[in-house]
Ligand binder design. Structure first.
Ligand SMILES: Cc1cc2nc3c(=O)[nH]c(=O)nc-3n(C[C@H](O)[C@H](O)[C@H](O)COP(=O)(O)OP(=O)(O)OC[C@H]3O[C@@H](n4cnc5c(N)ncnc54)[C@H](O)[C@@H]3O)c2cc1C
Length: 491
């Protein structure tokens, strides 16, 4: 192929991975990123010796990362070091009731046996089913470019789809195995990370329990930021050019073709454009109305995944009750989900996640200190101002300090709150969403926004809005799918 120019808009995981893949195909690749560094939602924030991964911190599905590096004849170990966490995560139900999930299957069975009679055996059969779903989904459905309903609804999809429980909700599926609330919460919490509630996520996503229980929770030494750096390094090795602080202001068109991207720094000519920036922003703000495949009205009807209140806290002491990953589940978590999806409001009694990578890694906080990351899922589109955030933060910290049995705010050295307005300003996120589009049945596979524009011949998309969806490994797969398509289209 004669060398063609591909312009990638956005240097999140989607843009970074797609850029290298396109360079491997022979494109001359330029990445335009509005922020000053790569990573997108996975950027890093450093202050006074504390290092925070601003977004993702659970390194899941390691095979997806390994096989990505292998495509370039590279070994991931030459780019960053991975350690398996022990425990994978800690769950707090109350200050008194705390359980760990780890790599020892017998231990996890014991935990579930403590929840209800035969809980151990039921966990084994639940995980067998989750493994089957994961293997089938990876083999048959993940790395596929869905372009039409007819192609999606083939006989194999229908038979396998039924076996994979595409049609029933996850919560109902889990209830077939477990009556105990705690068991169900551990098996369903991951839905929040897919931008969903267990009440409207297809039971297919029980495969996520295979991901955390069987494949394990890993940690890239130095934090997720090291993975971003590794991908940037790989892209540079492949000849990709990066322009930071360079926001795309418009996609330049000639008839039904895109011919470039305009920015305040000038125009970048392109034979193809691949957008990694938030899909609704790109469609409704970078294209004229008649060239939008998904205009504003489309997004208004979609189930938008949650936003979040995040707190980055540098704490001047050790907090020994914490593990690296910690989850707190309220007794009645349905209320929190209702306030995220059905009756949007800042939650009164939230479930939350607390990350503390300094429990594992002494390089991410000063000696004797912890880098705490508090995450409370919120409805997208909520009002957001410093007063509301502070109130929610105070309530959450009152609760969290009771949970761990000691004051944290007394020893704060660094504090930064981050929420809806920041997501909108920093990433052009629609309604301040952290995670894009929720994974409801009607927003799965072919029902997610397409990888290729329906109106413009050479405009493509990658990232968490596309199939297969939300989460770093999914976004890497999305880039593989779309760049394969581009290779075929543009050869
Ligand atoms: C707080 C949080 C915690 C999470 N935890 C996990 C986790 O533990 N594990 C996991 O696997 N996933 C997790 N996720 C999800 C995961 O981080 C995302 O799904 C993934 O990083 C999204 O990548 P992306 O490339 O699609 O989008 P983004 O990371 O948003 O990248 C898009 C890029 O486009 C840029 N951009 C936007 N507009 C323009 C423009 N006009 N011009 C140029 N550039 C533009 C943005 O600045 C950004 O850099 C988490 C997400 C959040 C927010």
């Amino acid at each position: 192929m004669a060398e063609k120019n591909a312009v990638v808009v956005g240097a999140g995981f989607g843009g970074l991975t797609a850029a290298s893949l396109l360079a491997r195909q022979g494109f001359r690749v330029t990445v335009l990123e509005k922020n000053e560094m790569p990573g997108g939602r996975a950027r890093v924030w450093e202050k006074d010796g504390f290092i925070f991964d601003m977004g993702p911190s659970w390194y899941l599905m390691p095979e997806v990362f390994e096989s990505f590096f292998a495509l370039f004849g590279r070994n991931l170990k030459d780019y960053y070091e991975l350690v398996k966490l022990d425990p994978f995560y800690r769950v707090f139900f109350s200050p008194q009731e705390v359980v760990d999930i780890n790599s020892d299957a017998a231990h996890n069975k014991e935990v579930f046996a403590g929840f209800e009679e035969k809980g151990g055996e039921r966990l084994s059969s639940y995980l067998d089913m989750a493994r089957y779903k994961y293997d089938t989904a990876m083999k048959e459905f993940m790395y596929v470019h869905y372009h039409s309903l007819k192609q999606f609804m083939n006989r194999r999809m229908v038979t396998e789809g039924l076996k994979l429980d595409l049609l029933s909700p996850l919560d109902a599926h889990v209830k077939k195995y477990f009556q105990d609330r705690r068991a169900r919460q551990i098996l369903e919490y991951a839905m929040v990370f897919l931008g969903n509630s267990p009440y409207n996520a297809p039971a297919l996503y029980s495969l996520m329990s295979h991901v955390d229980f069987n494949l394990g929770v890993w940690y890239p030494w130095g934090g997720m930021g090291q993975v971003v750096r590794a991908l940037e390094k790989l892209a540079l090795e492949m000849g990709v050019k990066f322009h930071f602080n360079t926001p795309a202001a418009g996609i330049i068109l000639e008839g039904n073709r895109v011919v470039g991207v305009s920015t305040p720094q000038g125009d970048f000519p392109a034979d193809a454009v691949l957008v990694n920036a938030d899909y609704p922003h790109a469609e409704t703000e970078l294209l004229p109305r008649h060239k939008q495949s998904y205009p504003r009205a489309y997004w208004q009807k979609k189930v938008i995944a949650p936003s979040m209140l995040l707190a980055y806290l540098g704490v001047g002491k050790r907090i020994d009750r914490l593990a690296h990953h910690n989850l707190y589940f309220t007794e009645v978590w349905g209320n929190h989900f209702r306030q995220i999806f059905d009756q949007p409001a800042w939650p009164e009694e939230p479930c939350y996640y607390v990350g503390c990578s300094s429990r594992t890694d002494s390089t991410v906080a000063p000696r004797g200190c912890e880098n705490i990351f508090l995450l409370i899922p919120l409805a997208a589109g909520l009002p957001d101002d410093p007063e509301i955030r502070e109130k929610a933060f105070t309530a959450a910290m009152d609760h969290f300090e009771e949970l761990v049995g000691e004051s944290i705010r007394d020893s704060l050295r660094v504090k930064r709150l981050y929420s809806l307005e920041d997501f909108s300003r920093d990433y052009n996120a629609y309604r301040g969403t952290a995670l894009g589009l929720a994974h409801t049945l009607k927003q799965t596979a072919v029902y997610r926004p397409a990888h290729k524009s329906r109106k413009l011949q050479n405009l493509y998309y990658t990232g968490q809005y596309n199939h297969p969806g939300v989460g770093v490994p999914m976004v890497i797969i999305s880039s593989r799918v779309v760049t394969d398509l581009m290779g075929k289209d543009l050869a």
